[in-house]
Design a protein around this ligand. Structure first.
Ligand code: SF4
Ligand code: SF4
Length: 188
C-alpha cells in the first residue's frame, strides 16, 4: 500500500481540488460521509471506489487518485445520490468535472465511456443532436469493439429506429451557444 503524505498533498493539490468542486457547484465541506449516496448508487458494484470516497479523496486532496479512479467514468448521472443526500451534494456534477479534469490530464482510466463521451459531445455540437447509426459506427471503431451491436443494426435499420440520414436541429447556433457556455469553449 502506498503511503500518502497528506501535508504534501494539501499543499500541492489544494487549488486543483477546490477548482473542480467550484466548477461543479459543490462545497466539499457539505459532505459528512454518511454514505447514503453510495448505498443507493445503481452502478456502485462496477466502481473501483464508492461515490462517497471520491469526495473523501478530494477532502484529503488526493488529486492523482481521483484523476485515476474509474468511478467518475462509470457514473450514469442518474441523480439517485442527489435525491438521497441529506446535504444536497451534487455528485453527478462533481463526477462530470472530475472526468473533464481527468481527460485534460490525459488519464482516461476507462476507455469506453471516455470515447463515448467525446463522440457524443462532438456529434451534438455538430448537428444539435446525436445520430445513432454514426455514433455506433464511430464508437465501435475508436473503442476497438468493432463488432459490438453489429447484429442488432439490420433490425434497427429495418424498423426505422436508426437511419443513414443525418438530422440537424433547426436552432443549431443556440445549441452550440449552450454547449460553449457549459463546456467553457473546451470541446473534447
Ligand atoms: S449522501 Fe451526501 S453527505 Fe452523505 S456521503 Fe454522500 S455526498 Fe456525502
Ligand atoms: S449519479 Fe452517478 S454516483 Fe450518483 S447514484 Fe447515479 S451513477 Fe451513482
Amino acid at each position: 500500500m502506498d503511503i500518502v503524505n497528506l501535508s504534501v498533498s494539501r499543499a500541492k493539490n489544494n487549488e486543483a481540488t477546490e477548482a473542480v468542486a467550484a466548477k461543479a457547484g459543490v462545497n466539499l465541506k457539505d459532505c459528512y460521509q454518511c454514505g447514503k449516496c453510495s448505498a443507493g448508487c445503481p452502478v456502485s458494484h462496477a466502481m473501483d471506489i464508492m461515490p462517497r470516497e471520491v469526495i473523501r479523496l478530494l477532502h484529503l486532496r488526493c488529486w492523482e487518485e481521483v484523476l485515476e479512479a474509474k468511478t467518475p467514468w462509470l457514473c450514469a448521472s442518474c441523480v439517485t445520490c442527489v435525491t438521497r443526500c441529506p446535504r444536497d451534494v451534487n455528485l453527478p456534477s462533481l463526477m462530470e468535472e472530475v472526468r473533464r479534469a481527468s481527460k485534460a490530464a490525459g488519464k482516461r482510466p476507462v476507455k469506453g465511456p471516455s470515447v463515448f463521451d467525446t463522440l457524443f459531445l462532438k456529434g451534438v455540437y455538430q448537428n444539435g443532436r446525436s445520430n445513432e447509426l454514426y455514433m455506433m459506427m464511430k464508437y465501435n471503431l475508436f473503442s476497438g469493439h468493432l463488432m459490438q451491436d453489429a447484429l442488432s443494426a439490420p433490425h434497427l435499420l429495418f424498423k426505422g429506429m436508426i437511419g443513414f440520414k443525418i438530422h440537424k436541429v433547426k436552432d443549431l447556433p443556440d445549441v452550440r451557444a449552450i454547449m460553449d457556455r457549459c463546456l467553457g469553449g473546451e470541446l473534447p
